[in-house]
Design a protein around this ligand. Sequence first.
Ligand code: GDP
Ligand code: IMO
Ligand code: MG
Length: 434
Amino acid sequence: MNLAVLGAQWGDEGKGKIVDLLTPHFKIVARYQGGHNAGHTVIINGTKYVLHLIPSGILHPGKSCVIGNGVVVDLQALKREIEDLRNGGISCEGRLFVSNRAHVILDYHRAVEALDERRRGEQKIGTTNRGIGPAYEDKMARRGLRICDLLHDDDLKQLLADNLRQKAPMLTGDHHTSLEEVYRHTRALGRELSPYFVDAAQLLNQAIDEGKRVLFEGAQGTLLDVDYGTYPFVTASNATAGGACTGTGVGPTRIDGVVGIAKAYTTRVGEGPFPTELTGELGEEIRKRGQEYGASTGRPRRCGWFDAVVVRYARLINNLGTLVITKLDVLDSLKDISICTGYRYRGELLKSFPPEIRVLEQCLPEYESVHGWNQKTAGLQEFAQLPQLAQDYVQRLSDLVQAEISVVSTGPDRRETIVTSPAGKLNSWLSLHH
Ligand code: GDP
Ligand code: IMO
Ligand code: MG
């Protein structure tokens, strides 16, 4: 079984925790898109790790990790992450593999992004300012610099010269970049990191031929996908299931299932529409209880009710076989909880998720209110231990999304996890039940 694990909302659903939980069942964990805009938190026996570029599977000794061609790689960020892991006693040597077809993020991408956000003014995206978007722009414009170019001095210099020339009108004043400097710096980093560079598609397909299991790790979430998200308030890559194929070079029929992750409520970082957002005290309470501050940028996350329209849409786009609900414990103290069951636009209930931001902004969420359980679920490990009202809530989400819920997470630690039913899909795929 090769599975993809991805976010069913606007990111930060708890992918890091769930990938870590599932890793023992796989030999390889492969990231397929995004870059160091991601922040995946894993807590193991009280020790916290935040991964940005390297798959969360790296924390398990003996597992290999792949950064696929669909990822954009900031060499400095990669080096830093490898060093941070090494300082924590985790070695990447011989088990981290970076695709030689992945594109490289350079300093000038960040400069271009800052200027672009400033130019947009009120309409800014609220990006993580890591150069992600401009690096993907260069990829699509067919002038990008790839990992494989780093080790050919003449090609590297030529590509950098061409890119600097193309960006010259933007890179004035403080943003001026000297070719010699960027060339020397990039070349040195390329040499240093070269032991990690491989043909990752070859490696992954060969591993699958040999019967080794691969877990595909998504970054961001379905609603941040450049095609299916709330465009233009999205990231610049395909976070949805299709990205797992194009972003690693593994064909679709080699992936056996897709696991979606959603919080028991909703969060979003950055700008863009968010129909169930709670801007008042309640939103603040959820933010506080859920520690909803960006793992990459530290920005406060916007919080709101669970939106079944969003997760149902994510089920459709990714063909989610099963759903993981995280952060149930964050709702422990609420008296009443609302769930969005549909969107009303100009009086009509919408049948599908609207592509236009203008429409989405005018949608009125239809809510259903349920009683909160007002009891501690934090840390529970058995479904039967959950208060009846919490069980009912999980069941209601499952009914509304029309997806089975196989795991409920009740805390950030690996152990704070419930596998809901031995008959569940994930369990039949992986024999998870203890
Ligand atoms: P990711 O980007 O999808 O990997 O998610 P993040 O790591 O950015 O954000 C999820 C946050 O919620 C992290 O701080 C996790 O430690 C935390 N977390 C994950 N699952 C749970 C849970 O079930 N309960 C609580 N309270 N926190 C959780
Ligand atoms: P993980 O993997 C939440 C958001 C940014 C911004 C938009 C575009 O931890 O779930 P970008 O820098 O990607 O061009 O920004 O996407 N964003 C995320 N939000 N979690 C993430 O990653 C995100 N990565 C990007 O806030 O709104
Ligand atoms: Mg995150």
